[in-house]
Design a binder for this molecule. Sequence first.
Ligand code: FMN
Length: 193
Amino acid sequence: MEQILFIDACMRGPELSRTHRLCRRFLEEYTARRPDTEVVHRDLSRCDLPLLTGELAQQRGNWGADHPLLAPAREVAAADLILVGAPYWDLAFPAALKVYLEWASTLRITFRYEEDGRQVGLSRARALVYCTTAGGPLEGQNFGFDYVKALGAMLGVPEAHCLAAQGLDIWGADPEAILSQAEQDAAALAQRL
Ligand SMILES: Cc1cc2nc3c(=O)[nH]c(=O)nc-3n(C[C@H](O)[C@H](O)[C@H](O)COP(=O)(O)O)c2cc1C
């Protein structure tokens, strides 16, 4: 059975979040084509992970892989596909996602070092899909995606795709039309992956 990890940073929740709507369309199409897929949903809007303080980072080195705070790392390591849903906030994404990703980047679970110092990612995920929606244009400032793509590569995820609906809050825009187009893009990507 294949596992999709849905890292859900849609802080306004499924009722209001347009990013969540895009994620749902992707998941709907993906699971329809592969009914044996298990979706692991990590809802960061109700996440109680602590900030990774210096003290916790030091303690983490002594923990076993089954420590409760290392669940994000175990989730990322075990997923076959990773879907990140994150609205465009302050040129990037909500802070809860950064907290999760810091816990996910854990030595010996999601990456390790070779003897020559080279870093090797340990995630088995074959691709990462980043869904975002933005009030204005993203225009070369899609820093959230750029960062998550780079981190994914560090953790061993070789491919990253961005699904975006932008310009939703611009006066005179037609958000429904923009979202429908993005939903079509989401369905098409789900078919390809
Ligand atoms: C805290 C916050 C920060 C935002 N920052 C930006 C921004 O930097 N640039 C932008 O174009 N839109 C920004 N927006 C607008 C959102 O990107 C836009 O409304 C998005 O569709 C919200 O996603 P959601 O419906 O999934 O919650 C921001 C909205 C909020 C609430």
